[in-house]
Ligand binder design. Structure first.
Ligand code: PXL
Length: 347
């Protein structure tokens, strides 16, 4: 049986929409059953008053999850997907990283044991049948999906990341030059980069992770290349603004294809809407589309941007994202209106 375990580790607020207040609603409304770990319980995204989950408490919950995953039969395909967002302290980021890595190692080991068991059984069966040994070549590849019929087959998300286990890390650090988390969290994220599968920084977060100021497309490309070289499979820079074009934001996506960097950009109309939570909405939608739609990552990003655009457009007269009121758009396939088309970026 294929079981989906989405673990969303983010903030929770008493009032408003950010972190898990967005992700838990979005994922459930789209038919997932996420496991939710709240890193803080604040009054709101603007008033960081309240309680912070201690790293030991986070470890306790994650250890229980690890034990539960370990107790399951290796015949069951327990897919695990981590979605991480706002984490306030270095100790908590490190507790999360360690748990993700332990689970990943345990899953890899279980899979190997399972394959070895299968190989042994097949070998014995063949020996019994034929009286001699036949070499068995096990396959551990993810099957192609029938969405991959267009000529962008090479951009299929299932070819870029292992859909049985991945970590989508939204490295929530801050925006527009302002940090929301402890300063030393930046270093923790830098050290976990090699273990992340998908990363979704905004411009400020990208600058912090790569120690570089971004003022041109060339700078963005240098950062994307830096992250890909460290081992990240899919880099999505969610919002870059340039002084020469204040009416638009740019989203960049980069990944490796036959060891070459492939990069595309999306030119997005810029609403004058300065409400946090849009990044959280983007990341949770992205996770859902990757799992449910699969196929061409460029099309997935277009659909997610389309939903985001419509939710923001319908929230403009308020000081908050209208998540509940736009639930049908959030649950949709993202195909209404015109999709923003990607443009190739030459590196
Ligand atoms: O949207 C990012 C975010 C998440 N969680 C909390 C925040 C913010 C941004 O301000 O304050 C608590």
């Amino acid at each position: 049986m294929n079981r989906e375990n989405i673990v969303s580790i983010q903030s929770q607020v008493f009032d408003g929409f950010c972190g898990n207040n967005v992700a838990s609603f979005v994922l459930r409304r789209r038919g997932h059953v996420p496991k939710i770990l709240n890193t803080v319980q604040y009054y709101s995204k603007y008033k960081h008053k309240g309680v912070e989950t201690k790293h030991d408490e986070m470890k306790t919950i994650l250890s229980e999850f690890k034990a539960e995953m370990a107790s399951l039969s290796s015949n069951d395909n327990n897919n695990i997907h981590f979605l991480t967002g706002y984490i306030k302290t270095k100790e908590c980021v490190e507790a999360v990283i360690n748990s993700i890595l332990e689970l990943k190692n345990a899953k890899t080991k279980k899979k190997c044991d399972h394959m070895n068991g299968k190989m042994k059984a097949t070998k014995e069966k063949k020996e019994n049948e034929n009286g001699h040994t036949i070499c068995y070549h096990g396959s551990d590849t993810i099957p192609y999906n029938d969405h991959c019929i267009d000529n962008s087959e090479k951009y299929c998300v299932e070819n870029l990341i292992n859909l049985n286990f991945f970590w989508l890390c939204d490295p929530v650090l801050g925006d527009n030059g302002k940090l929301y988390v402890d300063k030393d969290v930046v270093q923790s994220y830098k050290s976990c980069i090699p273990f992340v599968d998908i990363i979704t920084p905004n411009q400020f977060e990208l600058e912090l992770l790569c120690d570089m100021k971004i003022s041109s497309e060339n700078d963005v490309m240098k950062c994307i290349l830096f992250l890909l070289n460290k081992g990240i499979k899919l880099v999505i820079v969610t919002s870059v603004h340039y002084l020469f074009d204040t009416d638009h934001l740019y989203l960049y996506v980069g990944f490796l294809n036959n060891k070459k960097v492939v990069s595309f950009k999306y030119k997005i109309f810029r609403f004058h809407f300065h409400v946090c939570g849009c990044g959280d909405l983007f990341a949770s939608l992205l996770l859902s589309f990757i799992l449910r739609h699969r196929g061409n990552i460029l099309l997935i990003i277009s659909k997610v941007l389309n939903i985001l655009h419509n939710v923001i457009k319908n929230s403009l007269t308020w000081e908050e994202l209208k998540i509940i009121e736009n639930q049908d758009i959030i649950a949709s396939d993202g195909l209404c209106d015109n999709l923003i088309k990607e443009e190739p970026v030459c590196v």
